[in-house]
Design a protein around this ligand. Structure first.
Ligand code: SF4
Ligand code: SF4
Length: 341
């Protein structure tokens, strides 16, 4: 039988090859047929009244998300593939950078997405909403002029190894990625989901431990019989690793539920991933406020290198503030995830 994880690797290798061909076609061979498919190209085109290659690509991504949820993140995002490669390479180095309250930093991508939309779309639309639209696939060049070699290098280091040691596996995808923020909605809406397919689950928790996105798989199965988390990227590592074959990736929900024994194990195993408190929300708001202040003080006009450095930088500043407040608030009863993944 074909191994799903090999298929996933294959899809991302194929995507990187396609990207290489795309860039070579444009810059080496001078064939300007299909332009950038990046989300910036989409916003830029819409703001000028152009349906470009970015528009077509993101329509396809959204349609796939309605059917298959965040499959794009798990199967086709080259950056997600890079992160998994980095984590595979350095994952055995158990370097721990202390961290707290990370679960609720989930608001960051939404702020980031809002800024991106504001920057690329609304500012232009305020000056005049386009009344006519044209169709032009080659509208924006594939590799925009903003990136430099240094900014790409910083991006790869900061968002790969640094975020991994600070915040665990696929931290960029869970907390920072604006595209992930957009597609999170489809974690719930997407028709095909990870679901219980029989009553064989023994509550071993392998699914929780396997999940790069730190989804409380077992808790979700206990509560809903399926995974509704907005962080599920349909990588299918959990279904692959489940020793009893109790979960699958299906359109339909089966009439089955966890046994009492598995449910009580689920209660214990998933506890760490379900702590919510007003304190956490306050910290998240703080991060968002800092980000907004920096943005309006000149983040918009900074160089690409500064922007790339600022995102994790602000995250770490917030993290430091959390640390200080927590120390001062020594008797608070907040639990934190302690399991390093
Ligand atoms: S719940 Fe399963 S399919 Fe979803 S991200 Fe986690 S391991 Fe992948
Ligand atoms: S679904 Fe599978 S991996 Fe998850 S707890 Fe049940 S038996 Fe273990």
């Amino acid at each position: 039988m074909v191994n799903v994880q090999n298929l996933r690797t294959l899809s991302r290798v194929a995507l990187i090859l396609l990207m290489a061909v795309h860039v070579a076609t444009w810059y080496l061979w001078g064939i300007h047929a299909v332009g950038s498919i990046g989300i910036e190209a989409l916003f830029s085109g819409l703001s000028r009244g152009v349906f470009n290659a970015g528009f077509v690509f993101w329509i396809l991504v959204l349609v796939s998300a309605v059917i298959l949820g965040r499959t794009f993140c798990g199967w086709f995002c080259w950056f997600g593939g890079y992160l998994e490669l980095v984590e595979w390479g350095i994952g055995s180095l158990k370097i721990k950078i202390p961290r707290r309250m990370l679960l609720y930093l989930g608001v960051i991508p939404f702020v980031s997405l809002a800024l991106k939309v504001y920057n690329s779309l609304i500012v232009n639309w305020i000056q005049g909403f386009p009344t006519t639209f044209t169709f032009q696939l080659a509208d924006v060049e594939p590799w925009g002029g903003q990136q430099t070699g240094i900014s790409i290098l910083i991006t790869l280091i900061m968002f790969g190894p640094v975020l991994f040691f600070a915040f665990g596996r696929r931290a960029w995808c869970r907390y920072l990625c604006p595209i992930g923020a957009l597609l999170k909605i489809f974690g719930i809406v997407g028709l095909c989901k990870v679901r219980l397919v029989n009553d064989n689950c023994n509550g071993c928790g392998t699914c929780n431990r396997t999940c790069d996105m730190q989804v409380d798989v077992l808790g979700e199965l206990k509560t809903h019989g399926e995974v509704l988390s907005s962080n599920c990227i349909r990588c299918l590592k959990c279904t692959n690793e489940c020793p009893t074959g109790a979960i699958g990736f299906n359109f339909n929900r089966k009439e089955t539920s966890l046994s009492d024994d598995a449910s009580s194990k689920a209660e214990r195993i998933s506890l760490k991933r379900r702590r919510l408190s007003a304190f956490d929300i306050a910290i998240t708001s703080l991060w968002a406020s800092i980000m907004m202040i920096f943005f309006f003080l000149g983040f918009q006009s900074s160089s690409q290198e500064i922007k790339v450095l600022m995102t994790p930088g602000l995250l770490l500043v917030t993290f430091g503030l959390v640390w200080i407040v927590q120390k001062a608030w020594s008797r608070n009863k907040i639990s934190e995830p302690t399991h390093f993944q």
